[in-house]
Write a protein that binds this ligand. Structure first.
Ligand code: FAD
Length: 487
């Protein structure tokens, strides 16, 4: 018998709660294809009221059942699952075709938590506006990225996506629907942003917009030397990070590490011209590792001016650079992914304090990743500024003004993901041994003590907020923070 059978479920949900094998299977795996957990049922809500009724039913029950939200299933370690509980598949709400409303004058969009960023982009661009902070890949749900942070090459300037939210509607772990912002129910607002789904379900977020820029210059500059690469990245962000007015200017910067593991056009739709690929491949073979700075700027803007300096060279001239002009929509949709059925994705995403990046380069990129030579997939490495994040939010970042986001985005066969997880473990152990205080992004831990260490000084507040908004530990059990013993 499953827990849900012991709880009275409101009559109006009976058609929307599915227990058939196809529905159960569809939410028992995720992008990672590593963890597989079956829920007792899947809810396909057609209204916010459905979500609230379900959470209330669990909350009122003597033995509550766990409830997870599946935005678009792009977790890598079962964070979106609910063993023996109920998964709320937000697809149900998305299918209703509503959920994005734009206020062009006041520069914001009210967006359902179930909406995908690609749909937000398409809807806003039609009105000549768009969001300021993005993720690399856009088939992610608004609720899913706001529960983590939502990062990409715009974050150094505009902050992560969680820094660009004005207001939200949230169904808490008690089933109440509350509106929250910095000024109203602020404790809930800060808890939910970066809160790993622990406090409730985001059903609406009010997102900051700016004028949509039609075209950008998209540039990639290659360095053979780590310090030149870092100097270039930090030069660019230091020139542009001030609170300049956001008008009419795009500036995006990400860094990547190129290994000799396939095509240097990894992940990106199309970047280097085919004729140049042999030259780039031989550069990589020559050096073992090539560092790449990828920039997008509004053509003719001050960002473009700083880019010119990079192309000409700071202390050293780059090995290679390539630029083309594209529409901003083409740029934002550059990451196109097709997933093969037998693939797993044991990804590791971490934030590294600036003081540790040089050791990280030699100890991790050179001594672990290059030597083991199992990494097939993009490796990202780019800087962020702490002051673009709000420390009152649940998201956890290193305690230094500049820190780097590293993403080691493996693709493995279905059965050999453990080899990659072992490499991830070796990376974390290296950082631990050399005192590099990294923080996992999209965190995944097996024990409560590891979670306590992860949250550090934020743990007490996180726990307090959990007691306030989800006192029965109903929400997002797949994250294994408060009910880690379940999976
Ligand atoms: C191919 C790919 C590319 C990615 N690129 C980026 C990137 O560039 N930048 C970046 O920051 N991240 C990136 N991610 C990570 C991604 O942001 C997270 O995995 C995110 O959780 C996925 O969104 P989703 O909608 O698929 O969430 P799901 O996997 O469906 O849900 C994950 C968890 O998020 C929480 N959640 C989801 N919806 C809600 C809601 N409405 N209310 C409250 N909590 C909710 C819940 O805890 C849920 O269990 C990428 C992931 C993949 C697979």
């Amino acid at each position: 018998e499953t827990l849900i059978n012991r709880c009275p479920i409101p009559h109006e949900l009976s058609d929307k709660l599915h227990v058939d094998a196809t529905s159960i299977e569809s939410v028992s795996t995720d992008y990672g294809n590593i963890v597989h957990n079956k829920p007792a049922a899947v809810l396909y809500p057609t209204s916010v009221q459905d979500i609230s009724s379900l959470v209330k039913a669990s909350f009122m029950c003597c033995v509550p059942f766990g409830i997870s939200v599946r935005g678009n299933g792009h977790s890598t370690h079962g964070q979106d699952m609910a063993y023996n509980g109920v998964v709320v598949d937000m697809k149900g709400l998305r299918d209703s075709g509503k959920g994005i409303s734009i206020d062009k004058e006041r520069r914001f969009a009210d967006v359902g938590g179930e909406q995908l960023w690609i749909d937000v982009l398409n809807a806003t661009v039609k009105e000549g506006v768009s969001a300021v902070s993005w993720t690399d890949y856009l088939k992610l749900s608004v609720g899913g990225t706001l529960s983590n942070a939502g990062i990409s090459g715009q974050a150094f300037r505009y902050g992560p996506q969680i820094s660009n939210v004005y207001e939200m509607d949230v169904v808490t772990g008690k089933g109440e629907l509350l509106t929250c912002s910095r000024y109203n129910n602020s404790e809930l607002f800060y808890a939910v942003l970066g809160g790993l789904g622990q406090f409730g379900i985001i059903t609406r977020a009010r997102i900051a917009l700016d004028t949509h820029i039609n075209r950008v210059r998209w540039t990639q500059i290659l360095y053979s030397n780590f310090s030149d690469f870092i100097e270039a990245e930090e030069y660019y962000i230091s020139q542009l990070s001030e609170n300049e007015q956001r008008i009419n200017e795009i500036s995006y910067l990400e860094g990547g590490i190129l290994f000799d593991n396939g095509t240097p056009n990894n992940w990106r739709n199309f970047f280097f011209p085919p004729a140049d690929i042999p030259k780039i491949t031989s550069l990589i073979k020559n050096y073992g590792i090539i560092y790449s700075v990828e920039v997008a700027t509004t053509i003719g803007s001050s960002a473009d001016k700083h880019l010119q300096r990079l192309m000409e060279g700071l202390n050293n001239v780059p090995e290679y650079s390539y630029a083309k002009n594209v529409s901003y929509v083409d740029f934002l949709t550059r990451v196109q992914i097709t997933v093969q059925k037998n693939e797993s994705h044991p990804w590791l995403n971490i934030f590294i304090p600036k003081s540790g990046i040089s050791d990280f380069n030699s100890g991790v990129f050179r001594d672990i990743v290059l030597k083991q030579n199992i990494t097939r997939g993009p490796v990202l490495f780019y800087p962020m500024l702490r002051d673009k994040w709000d420390d009152r939010m649940s998201a956890v970042i290193p305690d230094e003004d500049i820190f780097y986001a590293a993403g080691i985005l493996y693709t493995s066969g279905a059965n050999d993901w453990q080899v990659y997880e072992d490499q991830n473990k070796a990376i974390m152990e290296f950082c631990d041994k050399y005192g590099i205080e990294v923080k996992q992004y999209l965190p995944n831990y097996a024990t409560k003590n590891e979670w306590i260490t992860h949250f550090g000084s934020k743990w007490a507040t996180f726990k307090q907020r959990k007691a306030l908004f989800d006192p029965k530990n109903i929400m997002s059990p797949g994250q294994r923070i408060f009910n880690y013993y379940l999976n």
